[in-house]
Design a protein around this ligand. Structure first.
Ligand code: RTP
Ligand code: MG
Length: 143
């Protein structure tokens, strides 16, 4: 079995509504292991750097304002096929298009306040994990 890691955020709208535990439960029920986690309140600079690929898009300002509006939980998930599998668990960006039973269908408020983030490729997973975590903050969960 090849273990794959992805980077995940519980966004400010979900932290504010006390949904950290519910979302962690769904992540663990889906078979992913949390190997690192912490709570942060992003600065504008951190949010702009994290979402650099979206700079210049019409929703960029709104996204940065949202992501700096309150604390978030950042975590690294490990398991089989974790990048694609966690994207599937999240559902589509816009909750109106997200499949039933996905995190966004169940928890997102709208297209921007959509409760969770997950890396979209191995390259972004690596970049995003190292954006927030040092190598020694990731725990070995192979058991
Ligand atoms: P994420 O990066 O947060 O996992 O979400 P994603 O891949 O599904 O969506 P992406 O296209 O990367 O967009 C990043 C985040 O920007 C906000 N957004 N708002 N039209 C809009 O109002 C709009 N489009 C995107 C969402 O918070 C989205 O997750
Ligand atoms: Mg994305």
């Amino acid at each position: 079995m090849t273990l794959e890691r992805t980077f995940s955020i519980v966004k400010p709208d979900a932290v504010q509504r006390n949904l950290i535990g519910a979302i962690y439960q769904r992540i663990e029920n889906a078979g992913f292991r949390i190997v690192a986690a912490k709570m942060l309140h992003l600065t504008r600079e951190q949010a702009e750097g994290f979402y650099a690929e979206h700079q210049g898009k019409p929703f960029f300002e709104k996204l940065v304002n949202f992501m700096t509006s309150g604390p978030i939980m950042v975590q690294v998930l490990e398991g089989e096929n974790t990048i694609a599998g966690y994207r599937e668990l999240m559902g589509k960006t816009n909750p109106e298009e997200a499949a039933r039973g996905t995190l966004r269908a169940d928890y997102a408020v709208n297209h921007t306040f959509n409760s969770v983030h997950g890396s979209d490729s191995p390259e972004s997973a690596q970049r995003e994990i190292s954006y927030f975590f040092a190598a020694d903050e990731l725990c070995d969960r192979e058991d």
